[in-house]
Design a protein around this ligand. Structure first.
Ligand SMILES: [Zn+2]
Ligand SMILES: [Zn+2]
Length: 244
């Protein structure tokens, strides 16, 4: 499968660089992981909105979900114009507000999920891990029909259970909101040492650092993750294509 980083900043977008959004594609099927600020605009560099029918939301913080409205209005207007007749499916933690927001727009449907859910979409199978964050949040494990595995942590403090969830992944896209020595547990996020340790213990083949902070020298994140045992570490960049 191919994963394109649409955006990867934590909290708020940079100029022309959105917050979280990852487009995963194989054999003509596409799923989007998260819909943060700027993702609806920038994902169109890679796919026509009328060909994107599945959006998975890890949680409802703005930097992961604020573009729900843009995708809904896009589908509503394109439906009115007769450009698309397929349903736009949103998958997210159960939430009445989001469910009502999505379901009231024609041609859009909300599917709640929990820790035991599995979805199969074309070649993809998607499973979930309940994170430690300030609101209900899930990591996602995407396995394709050839057994290739992409794991996306979304936002979370370090938990041992993440090691099992990310085990043997070909690619781990991990949040890395904090520098080594900063307190991830208190913030509901992980620092670079924790992320490197997670990748090492899980035996992942490639580690991509995402949900990056707006301060400091980002290269220090990669150096700390490597020092903590991470293999093949790189920083996510808007537009980056990852072959999984
Ligand atoms: Zn976030
Ligand atoms: Zn968050």
């Amino acid at each position: 499968m191919k994963c394109t980083v649409v955006g990867m900043w934590g909290g708020f977008p940079k100029k022309n660089e959105p917050t979280s959004g990852y487009l995963v594609e194989k054999n003509g099927f596409s799923i989007l992981l998260d819909a943060g600020s700027g993702v609806a605009a920038h994902v169109q560099n890679y796919i026509d909105l009328n060909n994107l029918h599945h959006i998975f939301l890890t949680h409802y913080h703005y930097d992961h979900s604020v573009d729900i409205g843009s995708f809904l209005f896009g589908r509503m207007i394109s439906t009115q114009l007769g450009k698309v007749d397929k349903t736009l499916n949103f998958y997210g933690p159960d939430d009445k507000g989001v469910k009502d927001q999505v379901n009231k727009v024609k041609n859009s449907t909300f599917h709640p999920y929990g820790r035991d859910s599995t979805f199969k979409i074309g070649p993809f199978s998607i499973t979930f891990h309940k994170n430690a964050h300030s609101v209900e949040t899930y990591a996602m494990r995407v396995t394709d029909d050839e057994g290739h595995v992409l794991v996306y942590t979304a936002d979370t403090s370090y938990r041992k259970s993440l090691v099992r969830f990310a085990e043997d992944a070909d690619v781990l896209i991990s949040e890395c909101s904090l520098y080594a020595g900063e307190d991830g547990e208190k913030m509901g996020h992980m620092n670079a040492e924790e992320v490197g340790g997670l990748a090492a213990k899980a035996g992942v083949k490639r580690l991509i650092l995402s949900h990056l902070p707006h301060y400091g020298n980002l290269d220090d994140l990669a150096a700390s993750a490597k020092a903590a045992g991470g293999e093949n570490v790189s920083l996510a960049k808007a537009g980056m294509v990852i072959e999984v």
